[in-house]
Unconditional design. Structure first.
Length: 297
């Protein structure tokens, strides 16, 4: 993903918060939720300051092709979510970090999903401390973060993607997923997205010819079952980095399994939403989360 595409993909994340009423929040930055060898995995926690809770939780997962990006890009949305009444965590996870000479990743899949699931378990394990309702946790991410959000939501312990990091006595199960233009079938994405090939090769440690099993294992479409949580997918009609077909493939699987789901395809939008489309996507996400996580809905 070139820098311009990445910046466009982040546009919707940083707009919309300015119009909110000035409600107080508490920010707890740089909390370590797990350690992977020498790597400290951290999150920023943003909490509603008023009221007794318990509040629903929301985990935000950044994009960047699994090779770049930072949890801080989601900070405006995390603060907005806290003002809406969510205990919100914006998380870091291990990036693939491919070698500049060989292209071999330092952290291939499934390191990324191990980290994301550990973050959900950490949040649930600390529910009482942060006035969180452990029965109501959602996850939302964009691009690579959308892909990881889907894996958090659609997989369970039998799929062997929990990892060994963080608290082991809490569940990584979530109750709602918002997927913003994330890839869902990595083998098909490799065939149809020339701009994404390098990122996929780093994530899956080679081409499909080298690592077909890993491409399948890293594809959310292969984990859909009828007990999955509700899923909202937001995708641009003209996305060339992650073609809209990826959203349609997932939509068909969710429909066949009888999973509560919504697909919003934004006309004339690419890998990132701008103008009225960004506002439409944002409102759809907040409405979906409120319907499935807020007790009054």
């Amino acid at each position: 993903m070139n820098r311009r595409a990445w910046l466009l993909s982040m546009v919707w994340l940083v707009c919309g918060a300015a119009g909110l009423a000035a409600q107080e929040i508490t920010v707890l930055p740089n909390l370590t939720y797990a350690e992977a060898g020498d790597v400290k995995l951290q999150l920023d926690l943003i909490l509603p300051k008023e009221g007794e809770g318990p509040y629903p939780g929301l985990v935000l997962i950044h994009g960047g092709g699994w090779v770049g990006g930072t949890r801080h890009v989601f900070r405006p949305k995390a603060e907005e979510a806290a003002r809406k009444g969510y205990v919100t965590a914006t998380i870091s996870y291990r990036l693939t970090n491919p070698d500049k000479t060989t292209g071999k990743p330092e952290y291939p899949f499934p390191a990324q999903i191990h980290d994301c699931k550990a973050a959900v378990r950490w949040l649930r394990a600390h529910a009482a401390e942060y006035k969180l309702d452990p029965r109501r946790i959602g996850v939302m991410g964009a691009s690579a973060g959308g892909h990881l959000s889907l894996l958090v939501g659609l997989t369970d312990p039998k799929d062997d993607l929990e990892g060994e990091l963080g608290p082991r006595d809490a569940s990584s199960r979530v109750q709602a997923v918002v997927n913003i233009f994330g890839p869902t079938d990595l083998l098909r994405c490799f065939e149809t997205s020339p701009g994404g090939v390098g990122f996929l090769k780093a994530l899956c440690n080679g081409t499909p010819e080298d690592s077909r099993e890993l491409y399948v294992r890293a594809s959310p479409v292969h984990y859909v079952t009828n007990d999955d949580p509700p899923v909202l997918t937001l995708h641009g009609e003209k996305d060339t980095l992650v073609p809209v077909e990826q959203a349609q493939l997932l939509d068909a699987k969710l429909k066949a399994a009888g999973v509560t789901h919504e697909l919003v395809v934004l006309k004339d939008q690419g890998h990132g939403f701008q103008g009225e489309a960004a506002q439409q996507a944002e409102q759809a996400a907040w409405d979906f989360l409120a319907r499935h996580l807020m007790p009054s809905r």
